[in-house]
Design a protein around this ligand. Structure first.
Ligand code: NAP
Length: 214
């Protein structure tokens, strides 16, 4: 399984950090080419490989961590998707208001999926701030794991993405299809900006339960 992240900004960095922590190799590309990513890669050790965009677009799993408006141009550079997985971390934002872009009620990931025919698209990594996403999913105080949401129309792709997120240490909630869960987790939707942590049960019975909410 090969992985790539398109975008080395706030969200691309946060996701790269989890690949590095899990020891899973990942290619990273941006607009400026691999030479611009040397310092970026050095921060994460050997797991993160600066790559040309064209090469990054051929990975088995491609994570989009770029502005939503840039997706069309980037995906058009792929030679074809043929069942490969895209993880759409983009948020469709109206730059004038910083509110959600008017998509006429269409899930933002539908727009992305239509631009990559044959792909298996999973929405994920988009609903919390990069500075939260980058943290260790388990804060070490025994409270639990940070939760990521996923949604998508292809169950086996969601399973693969869920397993990846769990390798990073996150808890994962599958919100359903893009028209169900996508509309809950995309920018401006009810779950945007809500950062959930699982509640670990420390004792063996409800009487022993020591649940901390934070
Ligand atoms: N920041 C957050 O807290 C947050 C949270 C959730 C979701 N998101 C979403 O994640 C996406 C990225 O946000 P960000 O905050 O990480 O943005 P950012 O810090 O501005 O980084 C954007 C990255 O995308 C790259 N890029 C832009 N156009 C590209 C193109 N045509 N081809 C290849 N790479 C391109 C840029 O390359 P260069 O470095 O070469 O300019 C840069 O590395 C957005 O859709 C945003 O809405 C952000």
């Amino acid at each position: 399984m090969t992985y790539s992240i398109i975008g080395s900004g706030a969200i691309g960095s946060a996701i790269a950090r989890h690949f590095a922590s899990a020891g899973i190799p990942v290619a990273v590309a941006n607009t400026r080419g691999p030479d611009s990513l040397r310092d970026f890669a050095d921060r994460f050790g050997g797991a993160v490989k600066p790559t040309e965009l064209a090469s990054a677009l051929e990975a088995d799993i491609v994570i989009l961590a770029i502005p939503h408006d840039a997706v069309k141009g980037v995906l058009a550079k792929s030679s074809g998707w043929k069942g490969r997985i895209i993880i759409d971390a983009t948020n469709a934002i109206d730059p004038a208001t910083f509110g959600p872009a008017d998509l006429g009620g269409e899930p933002s990931s539908f727009i992305v999926a239509k631009l990559a025919p044959g792909s298996k698209l999973v929405k994920g990594f988009n609903h919390i701030l990069a500075k939260i996403l980058t943290r260790d999913p388990d804060d070490g105080r025994g409270y639990g794991k940070r939760t990521l949401f996923i949604s998508g129309d292809v169950p086996d792709a969601k399973q693969v993405v869920s397993e990846l997120m769990q390798k990073f240490g996150f808890a994962v909630i599958d919100l359903g299809t893009l028209s169900e869960g996508g509309l809950l987790q995309q920018y401006g939707a009810p779950l945007t900006g809500h950062s959930l942590v699982t509640q670990e049960l420390k004792g063996s019975s409800f009487a022993d339960m020591d649940v901390v909410v934070h």
